[in-house]
Design a protein around this ligand. Structure first.
Ligand code: NAD
Ligand code: LMR
Ligand code: MG
Length: 474
């Protein structure tokens, strides 16, 4: 896997002298260097030369080997090399769009002064009508402070924007939810809480994203208490929901049960804490949580209250030591830490039919190519390998459901039922080692999660609106 693993292709802009055969020579040189031409676009056709964009699949070869192969060819000028991933980000990835054009004075006076004033007053008199008369009912804020962006760490709010824009795209494309990326220039817990509260009137829900632990726990908890719209820290709960879905299906393949398996979870940050809680709620009994300093154990004291909570309820055998000391005999490894944390020799000491969910992004705890021959079920957080365990399978449907029933919160029951709903999209006769979890492009996922979430919200009395298909017909 290359360092920038998503960089699997490049676009070469070439100016070519008009001599017979020149393009065939270039194609040959690229092929010999190991690249595969997947597209050729004519940019300019002049009398003496032509300019073409050649898209080359790198097939694992460093880009420099392809460019070196053609740079010095006679009659060829390499004008530019671009990375399609960067091109997809030029100017950002989303924009706002009016729902109706403003063509006449009459249109203007409806959507703007003076017509808008009576709508403002209607909301003033009945604040709940903001849900029907503004973007609130379909709009979520994706809030980050840039402190735990993917596995890249504290890279700051500007650098976090591409991820948050990506989440907004997925919200819209997969579930029709409008989402705004809001990256805040503060790491101060109180300041972040206050800022989100101040912004909240415009939104029907708050999706917290890539905020490092342990601050993320207090920020989410306080916002849940102080706001009456759903607040959901995606890295915690979205990840835990999808993980549970994948695990339930993987266990069917290996014929093991939640109460018998031995699980090691590595990286007890935002995602890890929530995963541990969800696994305990789902009936896992033998679990060891491991962070940088080793296994969490109740014989030790922790300044992080979440770690104390976990240490009290896990690691019954009071094992101490690093991952390599506690992984022996484990049925399941779950990684939400960082690249390279799981060593092959340690993985080989797991129980038979090992399940390995290496979910660090963008690079997993172990290279999939290295792990694959030695595991029964392998999953990563990435879209370019089978079994993508990624919170994108949860957050669009979760918020679609929560918005549609105007839920005041997202509770445990809603998360648990979302996990079952995701798992159930893969039927028993479709299940294989390579297919434990539906693809994000499976159009059954969002509707299944939405229905499960709405039903759970109604059952637990947090729905403020009953969507038509849930209304009883007398
Ligand atoms: N696949 C998914 O859907 C998904 C969802 C959320 C997070 N993630 C990934 O999980 C990772 C963690 O995300 P987070 O939001 O929980 O971040 P976080 O910063 O809250 O937590 C990371 C934790 O990993 C620990 N850690 C770092 N190096 C370690 C090591 N060598 N051994 C053991 N523990 C180590 C840190 O101390 C920290 O507690 C990131 O790579 C992120 O991209 C994946
Ligand atoms: O952004 C992702 O791909 C998943 C997750 O939210 C992460 O932080 O890694
Ligand atoms: Mg995230």
């Amino acid at each position: 896997m290359s360092d920038l693993a998503s960089n699997t292709s490049i676009i070469l802009r070439l100016e070519l002298a008009k001599t017979p055969g020149s393009f065939a020579e270039i194609a040959g040189a690229i092929g010999q260097a190991g690249g595969d031409i997947i597209a050729v676009d004519m940019i300019h056709a002049g009398k003496q030369s032509t300019t073409r964009d050649i898209t080359v699949n790198l097939m694992g070869v460093p880009a420099s080997e392809i460019t070196d192969a053609i740079r010095h060819m006679p009659g060829v000028t390499l004008v530019n090399v671009s990375d399609p991933t960067f091109l997809a980000h030029l100017g950002g990835k989303i924009e706002t769009q009016p729902k109706m054009p403003i063509k006449t004075r009459e249109d203007l006076s409806k959507v703007y002064t003076p017509g808008v004033a009576k709508v403002c007053m209607a909301i003033h008199e009945n604040p709940a009508s903001a849900f029907s008369l503004t973007i609130k009912r379909n709009t979520v804020a994706v809030v980050s402070d840039g402190t735990a962006v993917l596995g890249l760490g504290d890279i700051g709010p500007e650098a976090a924007m591409p991820v948050m824009e990506g989440k907004a795209m997925l919200f819209k494309q997969l579930a029709g939810v409008d989402a705004f990326p809001l990256c805040l220039a503060s790491k101060d817990t109180e300041e972040i809480i206050r800022t989100v509260k101040l912004l909240s009137p415009a939104f029907g829900g708050i999706n917290l994203e890539d905020i490092s632990s342990p601050r993320c726990f207090e920020i989410e908890e306080r916002l849940k208490q102080e706001l009456n719209i759903p607040v959901f820290h995606d890295d915690q709960h979205g990840t835990a929901v999808v993980l549970l879905a994948g695990l339930l299906n993987a266990l069917k393949i290996v014929g093991k049960t939640t109460s018998d398996i031995r699980v090691v979870v590595t990286g007890i940050g935002a995602a890890g804490v929530s995963i541990v809680k969800m696994l305990l709620a789902a009936g896992v009994k033998h679990l060891i949580a491991v962070d940088r300093e080793g296994a969490l154990c109740r014989t030790r004291t922790y300044s992080n209250p979440m770690w104390s909570w976990i240490a009290e309820r896990t690691n019954q055998g009071l094992k101490e030591g690093l991952l390599s000391d506690v992984i022996q005999g484990a049925d399941v490894f779950i990684g939400v830490s960082r690249k390279g944390v799981l060593k092959l020799e340690d993985m080989k000491r797991m129980a038979s039919d090992p399940i390995v969910f290496a979910m660090a992004n963008p690079e997993p705890e172990i290279e999939p190519e290295l792990a694959e021959p030695h595991v029964r079920v392998l999953a990563t957080g990435r879209s370019d390998y089978p079994n993508q365990i990624n919170n994108v399978l949860c957050f669009p449907g979760m918020f679609r459901g929560a918005l549609d029933c105007r839920a005041t919160t997202i509770n445990e029951e809603m998360k648990l039922r979302a996990a079952w709903a995701i798992a159930s999209v893969v039927s028993d006769n479709e299940l294989t080692d390579q297919y434990i979890i539906p693809s994000i492009f499976n159009d059954k996922v969002v509707p299944a999660v939405r229905l499960a979430v709405i039903q759970a919200a109604i059952d637990t009395n947090v729905a403020r609106r009953i969507p038509p298909e849930f209304r009883q017909v007398n």
